[in-house]
Design a protein around this ligand. Sequence first.
Ligand code: ADP
Ligand code: MG
Length: 730
Amino acid sequence: VARQRSEALDFLRRDARAEPRGLSSAEMSPLWGSRQRLPAFALGPQICAAIRRHQVTLILGATGCGKTTQVPQFILEDFLQRSAHCRIVATQPRRISAVSVAERVAKERNTRLGESVSFKIRFEDKIEDTTQVVFCTVGILLKVMQSNPNLDGATHIIVDEVHERDLHTDFLLILLRRVLNERPDLKLVLMSATVDPSAFQSYFEGIHTVSIPGKTNFPIQELFLEEILPKLPDRPGWRRSGKSNSKGSMGQKPLPVPQDERALAEALQLPMDLATDLAWVHQQRPEDIDYELVVQVVQMIHGSNEPGGILIFMPGWFELPTWEQQAIFAPQSGRKVVVATVLAETSITVEDIVYVVDCGRSRSTFLNEDTKISALRTVWYSKANGFQRRGRAGRCRPGVWFRLFSSLQWEAMDEYQLPEMQRSPLEELCLEVASLQLGRPVDFLAEALSPPSKEVLQHALELLHRLGAVTDAEGHSLTPLGEQLARLQVHPMLGKLLLLSVPFRCHNQMLTICASLGYKSPFQCPMGMEKAANQARLNLAQKSRSDLIALVNAYEGWRVGKRDFARRNFLSHETLDYIHRLREDLRSTSREVLSTVPEDHTDPDDLAEACKAVLTAGLFPNLAWLQRRGKGKSISGLPVVVHPGSVNSTEEWSTVVFYEIQETSNRFLYDSTVVGLAPSLLFAPSRSWREVHRGKRVVVELEQSWHVAVDVQVADELFKLRQLVANFLD
Ligand code: ADP
Ligand code: MG
């Protein structure tokens, strides 16, 4: 069954039957004229010649010059002219860009989506027999390579936006470099607007670089904060506090720029009042977003009565549900204001954007190398991100790039972001390397463009070893448990939750929990309605004191009540719909992996207890002890706070397990569940059990400096039960 499934996934091996429509249809398209005006267009023949002559080609060119939309068409047209067949796979960093680029290119070719150009993303496959250009996510291509490692059937692989350096793309590049040796006929094309070519030039032997000259279609005015501030109608409140409003030591330090107003006035030749404001801005940490400033800039643009849409780049996960994402592409008569994250940075063109308002921050996962805790963190972006954002303006008419930081801050920023492989946890990747039998993860990942640190790798392998997924701490091979975890295709921690849910008879609940934790939370908290949203979540949690059980109840309610239920309970219908699809997928893979799944508990209290036991056992060591109003310490001694949106935000004197920490203004716990002492003693892998007080009490050491004392008889019972669980997992 698994084999059939993976073959159905492999669109490369499907036979191309019918002849695609020829060149003439593209020339008939109303967009033919605008294609011809793109800077890339004149270079079409040169690009094709380079690709024909070299196995690997790097194409550089300013944003908007036509790389993403034109290069696949150049190759296609080159083949059509010679009546030859090609199959081009072009990866995109995100689902939304794969879809929107495919739609655009189909329109440019005057064809129906699927006819010669199409896309494939998870759960959506628009490929037909005649499709010759496929836009897909990196994840999809990696999946195809599991069953078709040499990419038989593909003639060209295009990796777009290679500057992003995300974990999956870097992993893909290691595999592709190996495939190129096996398949001398396969062509690889890398594309980016803002990449350091030298790194790639030494990585791919004999790589040929083509630079597309020329700027973007229209000029872009570039403004720094010192130029924006004097234009604002007023600047209230800025000097009110006089000091940075950041608390604690979360996140990045301020950039190394002068914070003294006199030095600033001199360095930038500014009047004193402006220098004072700027000095204050310079003290800000990246997480101190000045929303007031953003609003003022937008109001100023709107007040100017000049036409054009505004694209605002914010760092966070602004929960933009899919329908809202689609809506941004529809031209509107009023002023369009789009709030976006890094998502809008690459590959997509929102048609009438003229103004880009850029906070200069991004949010991504960082692994703290000391504590080994990974956290979502808001950081100053790199200049490369900035150039990408600038490129979102001026696509259809002259634009303005409002940078909400000073020229000195810009100069202090890094040129490029640290590749994800060097800042994120690696256990999922190591599990994948081991399951694909690519050798020791340490050796395999040493072949990466930017190999990860030995220490982080070691930590990932230890974690897998502790989970019982690999046979030894080197990650040579997988245990039977590890094989099951790899086949489940979720984070190993979530996989373990799924496996444990079987003996604890709460499999359906855990499917929902894992689908959501692996994707995102459906809970929404619209600005100004926080109270009502929190109350809705509390109602859903009933008496469970668990965000995850609230989530299960939300999903169950939504299955019956759909959109209406979602609206009433501050849930995203679109997110739940996607969670549902992920859950169905996970359910069928679980069925293949697990031999039998017994009926779940029917009593709601039993179910909740079972879920808590599984969460305790599976999420360890993500455990924290709360003292006052949601504040407490994690098991490794770090101060933590339950996120205010959680049902446990006012919990006192209790133990919680959690899945994720996000560091913003505080170290916030998301998705927490209060667990009793018994489950944590029962299922958390503890270090030692020690009898004290003349054999009357037993002290259990859960982790360094985390001790619990229990009655000796209770301890005895607990110990026996622990053995039972351990035996089951073995
Ligand atoms: P690059 O990849 O070099 O940044 P693209 O190929 O994405 O450039 O886009 C080239 C040009 O095509 C854009 O500058 C824009 O004028 C036009 N374009 C691309 N996609 C769309 C779209 N969805 N709607 C309107 N115009 C688009
Ligand atoms: Mg592009």
